[in-house]
Ligand binder design. Structure first.
Ligand code: NAP
Ligand code: ZN
Length: 353
């Protein structure tokens, strides 16, 4: 019997998300079937539902910040059992034999990681569907263990917003004494501030929104710079070791480059497309600065981040919504009107039956 589940899907780039029923694949020996409890709403869900990355497959069931309970496991699964609380992020598979996979960097799989939704399963060629749904079936290697004591609701966005900010902070060795800036206070940005602070850095928020200052300080920022104010930008010239840029749209990175010290790095995680205006090479030559990018994080690193959060009592600041409110939530995110991540209570999907 195929596993029929209810979810919400976009039928095209211009249609609102609406109820949609579909089948999950038959269980393979290494699969885990998860009853989804909560799913975070990432800006990537909007980009993809609306085909802003020009690679969308429809119908699309978004959602890659998934927390749930194991319902059953395949015959070869020994690491999880029914009843365990688990998470699934942006990837559900990868080749498992290339150099990147061997290093635990499955997100950079040389044969292309299989994304949780808007992708094609590498074994059966069927579309993948995400977490705006009742259940999901995932290979055990891509299932994360939710540590004891974590709040499952506030942990859901860690599976993408959390790991996407954690991984570059670790890769660029941010720690005590580092001067870190985060650009944009949204889902990713608020976790960037929390993690940089927890790692011991001096943290600054760059924002366009004057109203976010008090929240930024509550989240751990030591300083807030209004990026639209030239005097405030000049005051932090050549100041930072590391800048995490979470802005989802085209924007000018040159003013931020000038705030990096010698050998500092600006790491893009938001924009997926050409820089416009282009980066001025003079700014990276002078000061030997770096412009780089980073995609989510590997599975082992995601588990490390979840364990760090449990140990340090770190969760996301969330606003719970019913799935029926998802289209309004997208509009609010586009107005930067969310503090700081929407999480869908998947019970609302079951209630609606
Ligand atoms: P979000 O919650 O909407 O936050 C984005 C923030 O960026 C806003 O709150 C706003 O902050 C600022 N911003 C928005 N539009 C801007 C503009 N036109 N110019 C300057 N600043 C702007 O989004 P999110 O969920 O954090 O995602 C951020 C981006 O990261 C998205 O593009 C998403 O697709 C991408 N992403 C990438 C990865 C990866 O692996 N690299 C993973 C997840 C998400 P202020 O009001 O403070 O200025
Ligand atoms: Zn995401």
């Amino acid at each position: 019997m195929p596993l029929n589940v209810r979810g919400y899907a976009a039928a095209s780039a211009t249609s609102a998300l609406a109820p949609y029923s579909f089948n999950r694949r038959d269980m393979r020996a290494n699969d885990v079937e998860i009853e989804i409890l909560y799913c975070g709403v990432c800006h990537s869900d909007i980009h993809q539902a609306r085909n802003e990355w020009h690679n969308s497959l429809y119908p699309m069931v978004p959602g890659h910040e998934i927390v749930g309970r194991v319902a059953r496991v395949g015959s070869k699964v020994s690491t999880f059992k029914a009843g365990d609380f688990v998470g699934v992020g942006c990837m559900v598979d990868s080749c498992q034999h290339c150099a990147s996979c061997a290093e635990g960097l499955e997100q950079y799989c040389e044969e292309h990681a299989t994304w949780t939704y808007n992708d094609t399963d590498r074994h059966d060629g069927l579309p993948t569907f995400g977490g705006y749904s009742e259940r999901i079936v995932v290979s055990d290697k891509f299932v994360l263990r939710m540590p004891d004591g974590v709040d499952l609701k506030t942990a859901a966005p860690l599976l993408c917003a959390g790991i996407t900010t954690w991984s570059p902070l670790r890769h660029w060795k941010v720690g005590a004494g580092s001067r870190v800036a985060v650009v944009g206070l949204g889902g990713l940005g608020h976790m960037g501030i929390k993690f940089a602070k927890a790692l011991g850095a001096e943290v600054t928020l760059f924002t366009r929104s004057p109203g976010k200052e008090a929240d930024a300080r509550r989240l751990g920022a030591d300083h807030v710079v209004l990026s639209t104010d030239d005097a405030q930008m000049k005051a932090v010239a050549s100041h930072f070791d590391f800048i995490l840029d979470t802005v989802p749209h085209e924007h000018d990175i040159n003013p931020y480059l000038l705030t990096l010290r010698r050998d500092g790095a600006l790491v893009l995680v938001g924009l997926l497309g050409p820089l416009n205006p282009p980066a001025n090479a003079a700014y990276v030559i002078g000061g030997r600065r770096t412009v780089s990018g980073s995609a989510i994080g590997g599975i082992a690193e995601t588990q490390e981040m979840l364990d760090f959060c449990a140990e340090h009592g770190i969760g996301c600041d969330i606003e719970m919504i019913d799935i029926q409110d998802i289209n309004g939530a997208y509009e609010r995110m586009l107005r930067s009107d969310v503090k700081y991540r929407f999480v869908i209570d998947i019970a609302s999907l079951r209630k609606a039956a």
